[in-house]
Ligand binder design. Sequence first.
Ligand code: ZN
Length: 101
Amino acid sequence: MSTSDKTAWTALGHDLERAHDAGVTAASAGLRDAALGALRLTGPGVGTLADAAVTSATPFVRAPLLARMSAARLLHQPDDGGVLCPACRVQFPCATVQVLR
Ligand SMILES: [Zn+2]
C-alpha cells in the first residue's frame, strides 16, 4: 500500500468515525424525543443503546453505497496494465478514482 493510499485510508477512517459519532448523537436524540411519549427513553443507557443501534445498522446502510463505489472504480480501472482510464481517457488514476480512494 502506497503512502498516498495509507493517507487516504486514514482520512476515510477518520471520516467514518465522525459519521458514526454523528449517527449516535442523532439516534440518542431520537430515542429521547418527547414525541415518542411513553416509549421515550431516558437515562445513562440511551447513548449505549444508540451506539448499538448505529453499529448494527451501519453495514446495511453502507452496503448499497459501497457496491456502487466499487462498480464505479472498476469502470475507471485500466485493463492489462494500461495507463489510461478507459472511461475518462486520461492518465490513470483519473479524478474519479482519486475521489473514490
Ligand atoms: Zn476515469
